[in-house]
Design a protein around this ligand. Structure first.
Ligand code: FMN
Length: 397
């Protein structure tokens, strides 16, 4: 599924150490059959030979505001609006400031001011620049103006230091564009997603919980909503904000997760991502338990939300579970798929840098016939890949 096919993107490249990476970006967009026009700021040529851009593109780039030839060929007003979106990658601190302040002193800034199209920026700069308050203010200002920001990553920077400000990976920029151009294919479908940890009260001051951050479930809910599904997110305590078009129901205990999951049936898609405690306290104590009375704590099994939804008379058309294990991941997941009666399970191994406390996830995707190994990806990209599978499922129906 290629949502970028035949899209017209006006790529603005600005002059920084990461300018050369936009050559790879052009190549990747061409693979996706994107129609690209390219503006280079004057300073780009200090970093990359313009011939490299023009050879790759197979056509001229644009950079001169005051050239009659260029204006006759493609006026800056036409460049500004003859596209689906304008992508500035990499975007320098200087250009970010010019955008935020409405400067119009070269071709790129004039085009931006004269365009009513979606604008996307992928900033890249030294980490001190990136964390500078002036840059932050400019960024806040652009976000308020609905400019879509592809945030830089943390990593080794060209100046030799390690920190934030590194251009988002090119493959991730392409994935993010896929998100931005996602058609509302799931319109008319209702999705329910659970996310985050549960919290089982022991007494007024203590509880049992786990290390789930909720990120994977939030990304899946955001992705389904971006594709047009009416999305309800039943969430345990997290400090993440869901997209505006996701309806969030805040819960604490496993019992509440179950109550709201069943309460939201019927739905078309149910995805159980939450790490709901297998156990709860048989009887929550009214008063704080004294430290020597540990034997007073008795456990009971929580009802299994996924199993309950799968076996419900109003079973959703597609029920998907997650399986988090520290050992025997594949064997245990296969067993779960049968026991819980769901359609698909995504298995993720809990290690120090995978699943719970990481923004990346390595997934084994199980349907009833096969297991597919997915490469380790950002949770946002896992969400996109899963959403695309869901889209295919409903297309076949
Ligand atoms: C070696 C070198 C590397 C640079 N790298 C960056 C960078 O990664 N990000 C950035 O914002 N500015 C960087 N700059 C500064 C920009 O080149 C400078 O602000 C320039 O005016 C940007 O022009 P433009 O925004 O019109 O393309 C760098 C400068 C030099 C000399």
């Amino acid at each position: 599924m290629n949502f970028l096919k035949k899209k017209k993107i006006l790529l603005v490249v600005t002059g920084g150490i990461a300018s050369y990476k936009s050559l790879d970006l052009i190549r990747r967009l061409q693979e996706k059959e994107v129609d690209i026009e390219c503006i280079l700021t004057k300073n780009v040529e200090k970093f990359v030979n313009i011939l490299s851009f023009e050879s790759l593109l197979g056509k001229k780039t644009h950079s001169n505001l005051f050239s009659l030839d260029e204006e006759n060929n493609m006026s800056h007003i036409k460049l500004a609006n003859n596209c689906d979106a304008i992508l500035i990658a990499p975007c320098t601190a200087n250009f970010l400031s010019k955008m935020a302040n409405g400067s119009a002193d070269d071709l790129a800034t004039n085009v931006l001011l004269a365009s009513n199209k979606l604008k996307i920026i992928a900033p890249a700069m030294n980490s001190l620049m990136w964390t500078n308050k002036i840059v932050k203010n400019n960024l806040t200002c652009l976000k308020k103006l609905d400019v879509h920001v592809l945030s830089p990553q943390t990593g080794k920077l060209a100046c030799g230091t390690k920190g934030s400000g590194k251009l988002m990976e090119i493959s991730e920029i392409v994935d993010e564009l896929d998100f931005i151009f996602s058609p509302k294919i799931l319109n008319g479908l209702k999705a329910v997603v659970t996310a985050g940890p549960s919290l089982e009260k022991i007494d007024p001051v203590r509880f049992i919980s786990n290390f789930s951050t909720g990120l994977q479930g939030y990304e899946i809910a955001n992705s389904l909503a971006a594709f047009g599904a009416k999305t309800i997110l039943i969430s345990g305590p997290t400090n993440i904000e869901a997209a505006k078009n996701v309806e969030v129901v805040e819960v604490l205990s496993g019992k509440e997760f179950l109550q709201h999951s069943i309460g939201n049936l019927p739905c078309d898609i149910f995805i159980s991502v939450a790490a709901i405690s297998d156990w709860r306290i048989k009887k929550t104590q009214r008063n704080k338990i004294k430290k020597n009375n540990i034997n007073n704590i008795e456990f009971a099994l929580n009802d299994d939300v996924l199993k309950n939804v799968s076996s419900h008379r109003r079973k959703p058309k597609l029920v998907i579970g997650f399986s988090a294990e520290t050992n025997n991941l594949l064997k245990n997941t296969k067993k779960k798929l049968i026991e819980k009666g769901c359609d698909w399970i995504l298995a993720n191994e809990v290690t120090d840098d995978n699943a719970f406390l990481s923004d990346k996830n390595k997934i084994y995707f199980f349907d009833k016939k096969k297991v597919y190994e997915w490469p380790k990806m950002k949770k946002r990209i896992v969400a996109l890949k899963l959403t695309k599978k869901i889209v295919s499922f409903f297309k076949k129906k």
